[in-house]
Design a protein around this ligand. Structure first.
Ligand SMILES: Cc1cc2nc3c(=O)[nH]c(=O)nc-3n(C[C@H](O)[C@H](O)[C@H](O)COP(=O)(O)OP(=O)(O)OC[C@H]3O[C@@H](n4cnc5c(N)ncnc54)[C@H](O)[C@@H]3O)c2cc1C
Length: 392
């Protein structure tokens, strides 16, 4: 039975997914035992597996491309007895040092299902108590190891609305709910119906509804109380067959009107987004980076007023009862844009992006980030929080 033909209750109650564990240590693992479903390598370079291009090494590197492979990995006990890191496209990660543990790299591919109606999940979408359950919507469940942008372009080309603003974000599908990726006014949480994940400790498969994922700004339950507890196996998106795009982001609406497009198709929007992103952000194939290195900080009105006294042109956006500051603007005002420290640098076109200026180490990136954080705090009294994840 296809995954999506079950409802939440079926998943949660199905004890067949609960497998007994037996523990092994890294040295005890006989890599031949798992050849059918997992690929295990030892002491390999991670340079090709992180978009910063940092040449750190991993003690062990495990790939699987099927659900059976993931189940086998969890049954092996490898993750229960060793430090581990789940690595998607490595586009939000900085390896500060060699990784002494198991890197898990899911490469399961494909569209698992595409359905017009999915009553079990639609009513649980965040922000909408009961979205339309007519044939205007389609539920597409996709494997975690798919490349995010390829999937977003594929859906957009099919004429489905929902992912057009999110094309060209590097990384894999499995990280999208973990990170709640977002760009140009849209976040993954706006279109995720549910997430299928395996609990690492027990091997039990569970479905998380949109609400259960507790999405926030680049945040989710998988980065907080369930950090390192689950591996995302697949993600189901609720996309629309009728126009519902968000085009009010200023650079996007300006480009659409310059091109004379009044009622854009999802593909036209995606093409504009790709053009806009290309102007500001480094292409990971050419320049090593982790995208936006810092989150945009939130401040209170009185904190904003204090900054405005010295910097009336500070860039801010009201969000609820707080104000979001543009971290890139703060970094630029501190004079960091285009500067380098060792082999790490601040991208000349966008100060929010730190980049690899050639053979840089993770420690050089961390040193640069620390220097920037100190400058921003002493000048503006604002503490920057890293969006990129530093792995020590
Ligand atoms: C040039 C550039 C531009 C970027 N632009 C954007 C942007 O516009 N918007 C945005 O939101 N982000 C952006 N990013 C950041 C990055 O692309 C996203 O955070 C992306 O979701 C990371 O995906 P990944 O597969 O590379 O995850 P990784 O970097 O490999 O991992 C990120 C986190 O997710 C966890 N994880 C990964 N896969 C799984 C899984 N299957 N199960 C459980 N946990 C998992 C990892 O353990 C880690 O904690 C950009 C990055 C770059 C380099």
């Amino acid at each position: 039975m296809a995954l999506c033909e079950k409802n939440v209750a079926d998943y949660c109650q199905n004890k067949n997914y609960c497998v007994p564990l037996y523990l092994l240590s890294v040295k005890d693992i006989n890599t031949q035992t798992f050849d059918n479903y997992m690929d295990i390598k030892e002491n390999i370079s991670l340079k090709a597996y992180n978009t910063f291009g940092i040449d750190a090494k991993a003690s062990m590197f495990v790939e699987y491309d099927t659900e059976k492979g993931l189940q086998q990995l969890l049954e092996s006990g490898l993750l229960q007895s060793n430090p581990f890191l789940i690595l998607g496209g490595g586009s939000n990660i900085v390896f500060a040092n060699d990784y002494r543990g198991v890197i898990v790299h899911p490469v399961n591919k494909g569209i698992i299902s595409e359905k017009e109606c999915h009553e079990a999940y639609a009513g649980q979408m965040q922000g909408g108590d009961n979205p339309d359950m007519d044939s205007n919507h389609v539920f597409v469940e996709v494997a975690a190891g798919e490349v995010w942008s390829d999937f977003a372009w594929a859906m957009t080309r099919k004429g489905y609305y929902g992912l057009e603003n999110l094309v060209e974000i590097p990384g894999n599908v499995g990280a999208a709910p973990v990170q709640n990726v977002g760009a140009y006014g849209v976040e993954a949480k706006d279109v995720i119906a549910y997430v299928v994940a395996y609990e690492i400790e027990t091997g039990i498969k569970r479905v998380f509804t949109n609400k259960e994922c507790k999405f926030g700004y680049r945040d989710s339950i998988f980065k907080n109380e369930l950090k390192n507890k689950y591996i995302v196996f697949s993600v189901c998106f609720m996309l629309s067959k009728t126009a519902n795009s968000k085009t009010n982001y200023s650079a996007l609406s300006k480009m659409l009107s310059e091109k004379g497009i009044a009622t854009p198709t999802p593909l036209q929007i995606a093409e504009c987004i790709a053009e806009i992103r290309g102007e500001k952000l480094p292409n990971p194939k050419e320049v090593g980076s982790a995208g936006s290195f810092f989150k945009n900080p939130m401040v209170t009105y009185s904190e904003l007023e204090a900054i405005q006294q010295h910097y009336p042109d500070v860039v801010s956006y009201p969000i609820g009862d707080k104000y979001k500051l543009a971290a890139g603007w703060l970094i630029e005002k501190c004079g960091w844009k285009g500067r380098t420290l060792g082999n790490a640098g601040v991208y000349p076109k966008q100060a929010l992006v730190l980049f690899n200026n050639g053979g840089c180490t993770g420690n050089e990136v961390v040193a640069l980030a620390t220097a920037i954080e100190a400058d921003v705090e002493s000048r503006f009294g604002v503490r920057l929080e890293k969006e990129a994840i530093i792995i020590n």
